[in-house]
Design a protein around this ligand. Structure first.
Ligand code: SF4
Length: 502
């Protein structure tokens, strides 16, 4: 009997459960599939990140004594698997359960000449079964309930069964607008080594028409470097992360964010390791609790919850949800960054250059615009999935459809994240450099976020009325006279028609 392991591109960790008990010298297979990346217009830096990290991980596996079979730029998985199994007389192939449902289906449909064993995915803190058990019989699947349960179960930021500091959540201390004179640290950047450079050259040659730029690639591609990013975050950013996690400043693409999501989602950092290091730093370095709690909530709360909901809801047709029946096509400027709306332009240009935007840029600039402009949710999800360096099916379906676009009708979010220019003007300085006026609601200089917002509320008044937390804003809407509401509708139509024509 010859046992082998197949490592997928987002499972790049020696703790991968398929490697458990595998003797040194055993064959390990890794495959780069072109067909797999042709399904959407992936950012060029995403392709470099994944393939370079895979190639570096293959070197690490060799150092551990495994016999690594690495296939560069294969057309597809199945022919390579067949050849590998036949050439090496493999009788059993082990692979860790894929995080993404399309890949789980791919596995189920493989026709292989050996036994295929799927081992549990140990890259999350909750197993799929544990999440289903937690969700069973609950009226509402509230993130806050899930988060508290995770803190208790894993004993994170707890003192004798109680939350450290006496509160579960310090959101009220966070969400500050940006202020002048903030000392923003430069993020760590990594000069491409010869492996990364060869992947950059390959991507330029074969995928140079894909979205984004690749020349500025400076992401970490090994666990060692990803841990340096985490340590830099703890030392120089974490203390300010909490208060300014929702703030946006022109030209500042990272603010105080950690930049570790690409590494968590590739598998080169494990969530357990990240939270242990953060909690240790909190206890030894007296970091502000509001910042530490806010960050830990992102990792053990949102990340796990989003993934749990994905596994639970996707079999019910979640990917096709469109509660508002929004059908407006995605404007071209999402791909080019060419728009006169400065907040969108800043966020999109930064995305083109780096493959990254922080969560409030994604939620309150891009997601908010997509929601109030009535863009088709599946087109928006496809764009987010293509554009971001940390994007995978399990992250994007629930985050974009549920959180940003409320396309699931409130399974995930308790109300739509819709906002006018007021919010953007308060939380950023983007409006200072914009040709539109954030205070104007109608007319040539009016900020599109204003009339789109009011018209969104007006168009969907009946549906929104069913949402408990929308009462106040709908009361404002009801104070508008018919003439004003018609004017919002007409300027919205004019704006959307202009976008459709490019
Ligand atoms: Fe964005 Fe409107 Fe502000 Fe311009 S005025 S930056 S479009 S919110």
């Amino acid at each position: 009997m010859t046992l082998a392991v197949w490592i997928l591109g987002d499972q790049l960790n020696l703790e991968n459960s398929a490697l458990d008990g595998l003797p040194a010298g055993a064959p390990v297979l890794m495959i780069e599939s072109i067909a797999h990346v042709q399904v959407r217009n992936y950012h060029q830096q995403k392709l470099v990140l994944v393939w370079s990290a895979m190639r570096h991980f293959a070197e690490r596996l060799k150092e551990q004594g495994y016999q690594v079979h690495y296939v560069e730029q294969a057309q597809d998985f199945e022919p390579e698997l067949t050849t590998f199994i036949s050439n090496n007389q493999i009788t059993e192939l082990k692979v860790m359960e894929p995080a993404n449902i399309p890949f789980q289906e791919l596995l189920q449909n493989l026709n292989l000449a050996c036994k295929l064993t799927v081992t549990p995915n140990n890259h999350y803190l909750w197993s799929a079964q544990e999440f289903c058990q937690w969700a069973k019989d609950r009226k509402r699947l509230l993130m806050e309930d899930f988060y508290r349960e995770t803190r208790r179960r894993l004993d994170i930021l707890m003192d004798e069964g109680k939350p450290v500091g006496g509160q579960w959540n310090y959101d009220q201390d966070n969400r500050k607008p940006p202020k002048k004179g903030l000392n923003l640290p430069e993020p760590l950047s990594f000069k491409p080594d010869s492996i990364t450079q060869s992947v950059i050259d390959l991507v330029k040659k074969n995928f140079g028409q894909n979205f984004g730029q690749v020349n500025s690639f400076s992401w970490a591609v090994t666990q060692e470097d990803a841990l340096k990013v985490l340590e830099e975050f703890i030392q120089h950013r974490l203390a300010q992360f909490g208060p300014y996690q929702d703030a946006m400043i022109t030209g500042q693409w990272t603010m105080f964010h950690g930049l570790i999501s690409p590494y968590l989602n590739l598998g080169i950092l494990s969530p357990k390791e990240v939270i242990q290091r953060i909690e240790k730093a909190y206890r030894s370095r007296e970091l502000p609790l509001a910042s530490v709690e806010g960050f830990i909530r992102q990792v053990i709360g949102w990340r796990e919850y989003i993934r749990g909901l994905y596994l639970l809801k996707m079999p019910e047709g979640y990917a096709q949800k469109n509660w508002f029946d929004h059908q407006q096509p995605l404007p071209d400027f999402f791909w080019t960054g060419e728009t006169s709306m400065n907040c969108l332009k800043e966020t999109l240009e930064q995305t083109i250059e780096t493959g990254y935007a922080h969560h409030i840029q994604r939620l309150m600039i891009l997601g908010n615009f997509s929601l109030i402009a009535g863009l088709n949710p599946q087109a928006v999800e496809n764009w987010f999935h293509s554009a971001y360096i940390d994007a995978y099916d399990w992250v994007m379906q629930t985050n974009v459809l549920g959180m940003a676009l409320f396309a699931d009708g409130g399974v995930l979010a308790s109300k739509p994240y819709a906002a006018s220019a007021n919010y953007i003007n308060k939380m950023s300085n983007y409006c200072e450099g914009c040709r539109y006026n954030p205070k104007e609601r109608l007319g040539e200089d009016a900020c599109p976020f204003n009339y789109l917002y009011w018209n969104f509320l007006d168009r969907h008044r009946e549906k929104l009325n069913q949402q408990g937390r929308m009462g106040l804003v709908l009361a404002h809407l009801d104070k508008l006279d018919e003439k004003t509401r018609t004017a919002y509708a007409s300027q919205t139509t004019h704006f959307l028609n202009a976008q459709s024509k490019g």
